[in-house]
Write a protein that binds this ligand. Sequence first.
Ligand SMILES: Cc1cc2nc3c(=O)[nH]c(=O)nc-3n(C[C@H](O)[C@H](O)[C@H](O)COP(=O)(O)OP(=O)(O)OC[C@H]3O[C@@H](n4cnc5c(N)ncnc54)[C@H](O)[C@@H]3O)c2cc1C
Length: 361
Amino acid sequence: MKKVAIIGAGALGIVSAIMLKDNFKVTLIEKNNKLGKKILASGNGKCNFTNISDKKGKYNNDFALDIVNYFDSQKTLEFFSNLGLVYKIDEENRVYPLSESSQTVLDVLKKNLNGVRILLDSRVNRIVVNENDIEVFYKDVIESFDYVICASGSLASNLGSEYAYSYLKSLNINITDLNSGLSSLVLKENVSSLNGIRCKCLVNLYKDDIHVYKEYGEVLFKEDGIGGIVILNVSSIINREKGNYKISLDLSYGACNYSSNNDLIGMVHPKIKDYMIANNLNDITNLNFIVTSTSKHENAQVICGGVKIEELNNNLSWKKDNRIYLGGELIDCDGLCGGYNLQFAFSCAKVISDSIKKINQ
Ligand SMILES: Cc1cc2nc3c(=O)[nH]c(=O)nc-3n(C[C@H](O)[C@H](O)[C@H](O)COP(=O)(O)OP(=O)(O)OC[C@H]3O[C@@H](n4cnc5c(N)ncnc54)[C@H](O)[C@@H]3O)c2cc1C
């Protein structure tokens, strides 16, 4: 049996291992002392593991969309149903385990890892490509494999780290700039008096004064900026192209009897009223803020950027040596909030495992 090393036991690594274990000798190499820590943290501990909406416009590039279309949310639901996971779908097409616990998702995955060799506390720090094998260096061990799947995630959140990418330096693989995606935004204006206020509104995003995105949702004011799911999505849009970004909140959205003649006192949260009066603002349809930056990597849910897609074939193998595969958050593909990132990781697992199986038929 051919030997496959999978670097990283996150969504991509674990699902690839399950998909390959019957045909290959699979070793899952994880730097942490546990598998799937990010799965556990996902969806506020509830794990929004896919979304049944149309995926067009949900990813930063068509490369990601093609991967997801190969193994879409329907196939993902079949896969998880076969593993024994019972799920439910909310009004925004987000799919969660019925238990509303990410531990359930991880448990059904772990239950199906029988036959896979799992190495914990084993950080990979180097890969060397030879004619007849690929050497993987972890801890003080050098081990030889036929295929390597790089599934080491990204810098995002306090669960991510630069180790996700550092071992790729031994292969000279090109990586883009790395920016925080799905993160809150730091604003130029002093909004500290609004800290903790939530308001449902239409969020409009302008790049260099041109309207580029809008989404309705709940905005959460913070000490130095704004957050909330809608803002997480806006942050990923901002990171796709450099520019001067402005956010405009339409607080009148959804009102039944709004008129610009109404007094602020009857329309907005008292603290927003005070903020607007203090700043000589009176238009609740157009409350503007200048975006200074997205928040730090450790506060982001994903990273915008990663291994350049020009390095990859459509089946996610590396162009310079097709025995090495790269996918998931490690590569320059990211999705909006709502289950699209885990879906991408699962779709990568299917693309990669089908490719390795096909070569070895
Ligand atoms: C707080 C939070 C909430 C989220 N919620 C959702 C959600 O609800 N829905 C959704 O779709 N997405 C969500 N995401 C994003 C989603 O979790 C990720 O996109 C997805 O888990 C990426 O999977 P991956 O397998 O590519 O990487 P990861 O899950 O990050 O797995 C990579 C693994 O590789 C290991 N590793 C790294 N470097 C090395 C090394 N050198 N050697 C060995 N091992 C290494 C890491 O420890 C890690 O276990 C969330 C992210 C965060 C941070």
